[in-house]
Design a protein around this ligand. Structure first.
Ligand SMILES: Cc1cc2nc3c(=O)[nH]c(=O)nc-3n(C[C@H](O)[C@H](O)[C@H](O)COP(=O)(O)OP(=O)(O)OC[C@H]3O[C@@H](n4cnc5c(N)ncnc54)[C@H](O)[C@@H]3O)c2cc1C
Length: 446
């Protein structure tokens, strides 16, 4: 098990796919993080203030995440073939010739229109393209333990324990377990960690009587910050860890990869239905910028976390409570870290577009309560026609657009927005939303 936290913006995308109930049934909600020193809480950061119905983190094993998504793919009639390795490919203007080999050694060549390398940090597709994986490895030695902890700390929050020789973090896992992550202090012998080593790291900073047991996984790993210079070469793409890797601090890797896939998926579908292939360049424009920012932020966080010394600890004990004293600062940090503030600038967005649409409440024509995101579709655009929208807003829209009419009161096929929240927020008469929940353009009120 690697990734354990699903971020609010990822959950919103999973909501459009209709799989969030399955995630909520298996995951554990985390409300934020507390920081401790010498056995007492120093300060904390809450995710609760972010403007999303998913105003928390969801702790769920990566294997569960993969199982739920696989079931959704299979329910859509697609079979995922396991045990097939891509051994090479040739791409030209006409298509991609991919060479495959099965576990039994059977080789075959497949012709396809597009090839997307979602094949992890050692990506064969990235190597095949000759794309450099620019960046560096950190010096730090990170250690991890998944285990049971008896200590009475809130099980719906992560906990970081500040020490002069490097912090230790504990994140709740489903089934009442915890993941401990620690930077090994400089000079620590290079050897695999033990539970006793973690107990020693928590001694004096965690509550007295803390007891670790039932270890499921112990690991020691090096971390890197690397990314490709571009995500597309003609008919071939890279996404996820194949395109970017960084420190696990902040739980960004898998989330960034899922959002890469969301971004590319609908664009490939559009092109398959006749849209100009130039749309695919915007996958690079939009997602490369996000990965660059994730690398920057996780790099700053990792360096700050890894810094050691009594002075550094005293500064953190002084500054962190000041920083987190403001609810507004907490919410701004949590919003950025949750990818809710990502705004795309590319040829795939027009006037007023680029940010995600808010999920404000509406009243359905039958009088039931719904929210804006319930009306979005992952397989097509949604056009919101707001009170007083001119009929010309309807002209020239792509076929298959999901049309939602909104007025002050629900009537006929019209959804109600009594407070006019959506129209007022964007001063809009019409809003076109892409399948990834991002506003494509806004037609302002006359
Ligand atoms: C300890 C740890 C903790 C982490 N915690 C978090 C977290 O909390 N939140 C978060 O968002 N991220 C986290 N991450 C990062 C996250 O695990 C990765 O970002 C994520 O797994 C990347 O997904 P991916 O699909 O791009 O690549 P992978 O998960 O690496 O999947 C690549 C797939 O491609 C297959 N493959 C490889 N080569 C070939 C080939 N030639 N032909 C065919 N198939 C091939 C592989 O078998 C594999 O199935 C963590 C990582 C670690 C190590």
């Amino acid at each position: 098990m690697r990734a354990l936290a699903i971020l609010p913006r990822t959950m919103e995308c999973l909501h459009f796919l209709g799989v969030m109930d399955a995630f909520l049934a298996r995951g554990t909600k985390l409300q934020g993080f507390d920081m401790h020193h010498a056995g007492r809480r120093v300060t904390g950061l809450s995710v609760g203030g972010v403007e999303s119905r998913y105003n928390y983190l969801l702790s769920i094993e990566q294997s569960e995440t993969e199982r739920i998504l696989l079931a959704a793919v299979e329910a859509a009639g697609i079979t995922v073939e396991r045990g097939i390795e891509l051994t090479g490919f040739v791409a030209d203007d006409a298509g991609v010739q991919a060479r495959l080999r099965s576990l039994t050694g059977r080789a075959e060549t497949v012709m396809c229109d597009w090839l997307v390398g979602c094949d992890g940090a050692h990506s064969a597709v990235r190597h095949g393209l000759g794309l450099p994986f620019e960046g560096a490895a950190y010096e730090d030695d990170l250690r991890l333990a998944d285990c049971r902890i008896d200590w009475g700390l809130a099980p719906d929050r992560g906990h970081a324990f500040l020490r002069a020789d490097g912090p230790v973090a504990a994140i709740p896992l489903p089934r009442g377990r915890w993941r401990l992550i620690a930077f090994a202090p400089p000079g620590t012998p290079v050897e695999d960690p033990t539970l006793a080593w973690f107990a020693e790291r928590l001694h004096g900073v965690a509550p007295t009587g803390t007891f670790l047991s039932d270890v499921e996984w112990l690991a020691r790993f090096k971390i890197h910050r690397r990314m490709v210079p571009r995500y597309r070469e003609g008919r071939v793409f890279v996404a996820g860890d194949a395109a970017h890797i960084h420190s696990p601090i902040g739980g960004q890797g898998m989330n960034t990869g899922i959002m890469d896939a969301f971004n590319l998926g609908w664009k490939l579908a559009d092109v398959a239905h006749g849209a100009p292939t130039a749309l695919l360049d915007t996958f690079n424009t939009e997602r490369h910028a996000v990965a660059a920012s994730v690398l920057r932020l996780t790099d700053i966080a990792t360096r700050r976390m890894a810094s050691t010394g009594a002075l550094s600890l005293s500064l953190r004990l002084l500054l962190l409570p000041l920083l987190f004293a403001s609810r507004r600062v907490q919410t701004r940090l949590a919003t950025a870290f949750s990818h809710l503030s990502v705004t795309y600038r590319s040829a795939a967005v027009g006037p007023g577009g680029g940010g995600r649409i808010i999920d404000s409440p509406l009243i359905a024509p039958d009088g039931t309560a719904v929210q804006v995101h319930d009306l979005l579709r992952a397989d097509r655009r949604t056009l919101f026609l707001l009170d007083g929208a001119p009929p010309r807003a309807l002209q020239g829209q792509p076929a298959g657009t999901n049309l939602v009419c909104i007025g002050r009161i629900p009537v006929g096929r019209i959804y109600g927005d009594p407070a006019g929240t959506l129209a007022d927020r964007y001063s809009a008469a019409a809003i076109m939303v892409r399948p990834d929940g991002v506003i494509e353009w806004i037609r302002r009120r006359p």
